[in-house]
Design a binder for this molecule. Structure first.
Ligand code: UDP
Length: 237
């Protein structure tokens, strides 16, 4: 597989064309940003961890019947994935109150929900990723009704699989963000990444934060937290 020109550079990843028009290579960086790019930094080794963690989790999801973009891990930081056009929605599932939910609704972090919640943000940095509902997404033609239903169904399914797996690792899956893509034939598949950059992961016993909140909130021990969740994941399969 030949790595051809770069077609995209995001905050944490670069994407390259390959000699197969249906496949691209994702290359994970150590760059970290928060608050829509207002806070910038480096988390040494993050790219390697996020690449390997995301790939392992995506393979688990595939095994559970959820189609993903994963094709093959090429190196520590590079993965071959299916080329998709990204649905411009950030899909957030929450099991426990934290972050913007806690701030928005004026509640403390750590409230365990009886049922998980789902919300969408419009993926648009210039607008600061505004929250929107199904009707807004339809009005803006970001996705069709069927696509939105499929995305919701897949997102809750992903939650069940990941929640159970992280629990085996002694980690509580608090919340996470997913992105979906369309293949050339219109099929919706899970894309982007699943990592401590995109999930809140708490130690199941101590509730210690083992994710990007350590960077966002200057809690220290950022690299150690990423390494710790990766170690637990590897120990459980
Ligand atoms: N998240 C993300 N990218 C974003 C916004 C949120 O990956 O641009 C993840 C975040 O890591 C957390 C979940 O989505 O696991 C919910 O984030 P929240 O809405 O609470 O926003 P935050 O407090 O991170 O700004």
């Amino acid at each position: 597989m030949k790595k051809l020109e770069q077609i995209y550079e995001g905050k944490a990843k670069r994407v390259f064309l390959t000699d197969d028009p249906d496949l691209v290579i994702v290359d994970y960086k150590d760059d970290a940003t928060a608050f829509n790019g207002a806070k910038k930094g480096t988390i040494v080794g993050k790219g390697v961890i996020n690449n390997q963690m995301s790939n392992r989790l995506m393979q688990r999801l595939e095994a559970a019947g959820i189609p993903t973009h994963f094709v093959q891990e090429l190196s520590e930081r590079e993965t071959l994935v299916k080329k998709v056009s990204i649905v411009p929605l950030e899909v957030i599932i929450r099991n426990i109150s934290a972050g913007s939910f806690a701030a928005h609704y004026g509640v403390e972090e750590g409230i365990v929900f009886e049922h998980p919640t789902i919300e969408f943000s419009y993926k648009c940095d210039e607008l600061n990723d505004p929250l929107l509902n199904d009707y807004h997404a339809l009005a803006l033609k970001l996705a069709t009704r069927d696509e939105i239903e499929r995305i919701k169904q897949m997102a809750f399914q992903v939650n069940e699989v990941l929640k159970a797996f992280w629990a085996e690792c002694g980690v509580t899956l608090v919340d996470f963000k997913l992105e979906f893509g369309r293949l050339a034939d219109g099929t919706i598949i899970l894309a982007d990444e699943i990592s401590p950059d995109t999930c809140r992961l708490w130690d199941a016993k101590t509730h210690e934060k083992l994710d990007k909140d350590r960077f966002r909130r200057d809690l220290g021990g950022v690299e150690g937290a990423y390494a710790e969740v990766m170690k637990r994941l590897l120990a459980h399969g």
